[in-house]
Design a protein around this ligand. Structure first.
Ligand code: DOR
Ligand code: ZN
Ligand code: ZN
Length: 430
């Protein structure tokens, strides 16, 4: 097969460390076939898939169920294991069983998984730290949100901005600071998902300065939307954490440029249009599909001169590969790297239309937007999964789980001798 790439750019395929593909359990929203087809169409060659399915990925048996579902994938994938209140004794099994990272829902969101107490989080971090696997955090403090939502409902608020009021930036920043100190104590590597506010950047910056191996990601919606969009889009942009003020978005752009925020992820969270559009904001499901629109939306920012193409590749491929243990095999185009490639046409303009998305979640806040810069071919390990804006149907099942995650010793290990496991072992020996 030959490819005429004259006038086109060859980029490493995007590595999206934050997608929800819903299978098993919620396949009316998405499954591994539709989710990875969307990724292939969007120039994304590797995804890391979240554990809030039904059942959630909280034990080895459930990991095996997810691996089986993933066999139809078009693109390569990592699988997150859950760190929750009720599965601390399963964590070592998940590590040995082959998860690629962990996810900890500090605040509850879709799936209503039990947020771990700070005590359970500490023990979970102690168990995971020696593996070197990164723990991704949904950093929102459950108790603050529960209190505020109760007060808002008592006051009769049910409009889209009440969603923002229930989850002010302090909800996220408090959780980032708490998780960072636990990471510093245990040596666990952590990643702050979906950074949505200026206030989170302070604790993130401070922890990095102290030598904690902490990274941060943000999503296109926090860069491209702000509170002025609720009047137009309402519950369609209900997402956790919420889209906030324009000043937050400006601060996050700057934090990407100065390295405080490391990477772009999508939080691809598909729901049906009926589940998304409710008159009462509390009843609308949170999130929307993003894996297919990420690259066009961000290349459009490149076309507008807001970031350089080199910076975009750093945020979409290089940093995710480095921070999630896939470097040097994925995330770059050089001898010895996988041929995971997005070929992009920076002169091509498309209109985003939910009806044409490959995701089952046919609703997007970017409906009708014109974007310049489109991935026109996608290759995963040398094989076309998208060609000329068409999915290559025969590539279904080509995707593989990524392996070889670097098992590096913990970055900062302050108190290894005081982990709960070591204390229990010592008392056993007495
Ligand atoms: O808006 C969200 N949707 N935020 C999350 O953290 C979870 C996600 C989902 O799974 O729907
Ligand atoms: Zn989340
Ligand atoms: Zn998410």
């Amino acid at each position: 097969e030959t490819l005429d790439a004259s006038g086109l750019f060859v980029l490493p395929g995007a590595i999206d460390v934050h997608v929800h593909f819903r299978e098993p359990g919620y396949t009316h929203k998405e499954d591994w076939e539709t989710g990875t087809a969307a990724a292939a169409m969007g120039g994304t060659t590797t995804v890391f898939e979240m554990p809030n399915t039904h059942p959630p990925t909280r034990s080895v048996a459930e990991l095996r169920v997810k691996q089986e579902a993933a066999r139809k994938a078009y693109v390569d994938y990592g699988i997150y294991g859950l760190l929750a209140e009720d599965n601390i004794d399963c964590l070592q099994g998940l590590i040995d069983g082959g998860v690629n990272a962990f996810k900890c829902f500090m605040g509850n969101t879709f799936g209503n998984l039990p947020s771990p107490s700070t005590g359970a989080m500490l023990e979970g971090f102690e168990i995971i730290a020696p593996s070197g696997l990164r723990i991704a955090l949904h950093a929102e403090t459950a108790s603050i949100m529960a209190w505020r939502q109760k007060r808002l409902i008592e006051a009769g608020r049910n409009d889209p901005l009440a969603h923002v009021a229930a989850r002010p930036a302090v909800v996220a920043a408090e959780a980032v600071a708490r998780a960072a100190i636990l990471a510093e104590w245990t040596g666990a590597r952590v990643h702050v998902l979906h950074i949505s506010s200026a206030l989170e950047l302070g604790p993130l910056r401070d922890a990095k300065a102290r030598g904690v191996d902490i990274t941060g990601g943000t999503c296109p919606c926090y860069l491209l939307l702000d509170t002025r969009d609720y009047a137009r889009l309402g519950s369609v942009i209900r997402v956790n954490p919420p889209v906030r003020e324009a000043s937050d978005s400006t601060a996050i752009w700057a934090a990407l440029q100065d390295g405080t925020v490391d990477l772009i992820e999508t939080d691809h969270a598909p729901h049906s249009p009926e589940e998304k559009t409710k008159a009462v904001i509390w009843e609308a499901d949170c999130g929307f599909p993003g894996v297919e629109t990420q690259m066009p939306l961000m290349l459009n920012q490149v076309a507008k001169g807001r970031i350089s193409l080199e910076d975009y590749v750093r945020f979409s491929a290089e940093q995710p590969a480095k921070r999630f243990g896939l470097w040097p095999v994925k995330g770059r185009i050089e001898a010895g790297a996988h041929a995971d490639i997005a070929v992009v046409d920076m002169t091509k303009t498309e209109i985003i239309e939910a009806a044409r998305l490959h995701s089952r979640g046919k609703i997007t806040p970017f409906e009708g937007d014109s974007v310049t810069g489109v991935p026109v071919h996608t290759l995963v390990r040398g094989r076309f999964v998208q060609k000329d804006r068409r999915l290559v149907a025969e590539a279904r099942g080509h995707g593989r789980q990524v392996t070889g995650i670097q098992r590096m010793p913990p970055a900062v290990l302050n108190h290894a001798d005081q982990t709960l496991a070591s204390v229990l072992r010592r008392s056993d020996q007495r």
